[in-house]
Design a protein around this ligand. Sequence first.
Ligand SMILES: C[S@@+](CC[C@H](N)C(=O)[O-])C[C@H]1O[C@@H](n2cnc3c(N)ncnc32)[C@H](O)[C@@H]1O
Length: 205
Amino acid sequence: MTTATPITIKINQPEPPPADDHRFMFNIDQYLVDRLIAYHHRHHFTCAVETGTYKGHTTVGLAKLFPKVFTIELNPEFHRDVQPRLARYPNITSLLGHSPDQLRNVIDQFSYPLFAYLDAHWHENWPLRDELQILLTIRKPKLIMIHDFQVPGRPFGFDAYKNNPCNLDYLGDILPHDECKYAFNHRTSPHSANRGVLFIEHLLP
Ligand SMILES: C[S@@+](CC[C@H](N)C(=O)[O-])C[C@H]1O[C@@H](n2cnc3c(N)ncnc32)[C@H](O)[C@@H]1O
């Protein structure tokens, strides 16, 4: 009599993600990851939204930190190509479209306190002001982090569109200063992309 060798058949079960799948989060800036974790200890975020998915480097890091993550990408190829990576994380909802449109579509599914990471750029239409205006109308506590921001007095990289540097002059008129607490990054991690960041704590009762 022969003994059958037990075999395991897996159907449509993604492999577990590598433990270091999040290592490119925030352009490999561990200092920013640590800052976010410190904010998380203070606010206990239950949900995150990212604009600009690209390859999902930050999306997977957010999925390891927070129970629910939404990410929005305009480029159909980027959106398609990242699906296998994101499929390993059941708490990620990946959306294709222009970020302000998709923010309006999913706003009812957010929970609070919310962490919002605004990183959608590279195309003709820069959605940052529209994204901010949508998020700031939500009368719930949130932390908004804007990547590629011009930090006064620091040699960090930042973006500019149509001669508008990404800075407080560009956004100041839409920010409710009396409801917000602002902070920049004051250093970057070695080997990171050395980019500036603005944190906006929109602290509402
Ligand atoms: C710097 S990359 C994002 C990087 C990603 N957040 C990360 O941390 O790895 C910018 C992305 O924003 C996307 N994007 C540009 N405009 C957009 C828009 N209006 N809505 C959504 N995504 C947009 C680009 O296609 C690109 O994939």
